[in-house]
Design a protein around this ligand. Structure first.
Ligand SMILES: [Zn+2]
Ligand SMILES: [Zn+2]
Length: 292
């Protein structure tokens, strides 16, 4: 069968595998295509594309951008992006700078609570990739300050915990525009994290996002029950949105998640990629017409 995984992370963001090893793992799991969608960075894509060409696995250049939303969190996936697009690169540099400024602030707060932790230790754990809260949590676990990742987030790092530092995010409109300008299609990742109050509420949010250029919604995802998948599928149909699906694989950071699996024994069909590709062609034509 032709299966795909349109949402995986490498160590260019917070996954544990290098892009090359990630591609090899996907090949072992008999995938036909994967989309590498690292958080706020395209730095793993060249390596992934090269590995995909060598191993005969289709690599869809992607990204996952965190957008400003309350009360939950909104992640927008960009698929089929031109990852060398200058405009996109400029915007991602803004995020990179914001992140570089944020980590030392979190560490300073932890030090105030008497935890002996340094930026150097955190950078080392990240192994050259993007540095973020999961790496800080890892150091806290390694040093015995907390027993688990979960405890690190509950007691110190989580959004309502005392060492939390606000994160700079683009507006959803901006995130979608960045993806579209780079020739990609934008999809709302794991809709449940929006913490919407009802399906009616979600529908209102989706209509707004669609008006800003959203093309698809991530229907298939390990934390979506079959019932939820059906509801999202119906919403996509009603709103004229396409469907995507992926595991949100992060390697050893989330060991229960496997590449290609979006539910017990459930895979995502390649057919979704074909529909997305048709859309990509249309979006690129529109962008071309606008720029002429
Ligand atoms: Zn996400
Ligand atoms: Zn993700």
């Amino acid at each position: 069968m032709d299966y795909v995984d349109l949402h995986v992370h490498s160590n260019a963001s917070d996954g544990s595998l290098s892009p090359r090893d990630l591609v090899a793992e996907a090949k072992n799991r008999s995938m036909r295509a994967i989309a590498l969608t690292d958080h706020d960075t395209t730095e793993g894509l060249d390596e992934a594309l090269a590995a995909g060409a060598a191993l005969g696995l289709e690599i869809i250049p992607g990204i996952e951008i965190s957008a400003d939303h309350k009360p939950g969190s909104m992640h927008i996936l960009g698929l089929f992006i031109d990852h060398r697009h200058n405009g996109l690169d400029e915007q991602l540099k803004i995020l990179k700078r914001a992140r570089a400024e944020r980590n030392p602030l979190i560490i300073a707060k932890l030090q105030k609570f008497g935890l002996a932790i340094t930026m150097e230790e955190v950078t080392e754990v990240a192994g050259g990739g993007q540095v973020g809260r999961p790496h800080i949590a890892r150091v806290l676990v390694d040093k015995g300050y907390v027993a688990s990742f979960q405890e690190a987030f509950d007691r110190f790092l989580g959004n309502h915990a005392p060492a939390y530092v606000n994160k700079f995010r683009f507006s959803p409109q901006k995130a979608i525009a960045m993806i579209t300008a780079a020739g990609g299609v934008a999809a709302l990742a794991h809709p449940f994290t929006l913490e919407y109050t009802s399906f009616g509420h979600l529908k209102t949010i989706l209509q707004q996002l669609r008006d800003w250029g959203l093309t698809a919604i991530e229907v298939f995802y390990p934390e979506h029950s079959r019932e939820k998948q059906q509801s999202y599928k119906n919403l996509a149909g009603e709103l004229g949105l396409l469907m995507t699906g992926g595991s949100d694989y992060h390697g050893i950071i989330k060991p229960e998640v496997k590449i290609g699996l979006v539910g017990p024994g459930q895979h995502v069909a390649y057919e979704l990629v074909e529909k997305l590709k048709e859309k990509v062609g249309q979006v690129q034509l529109q962008t071309l017409n606008l720029s002429m």
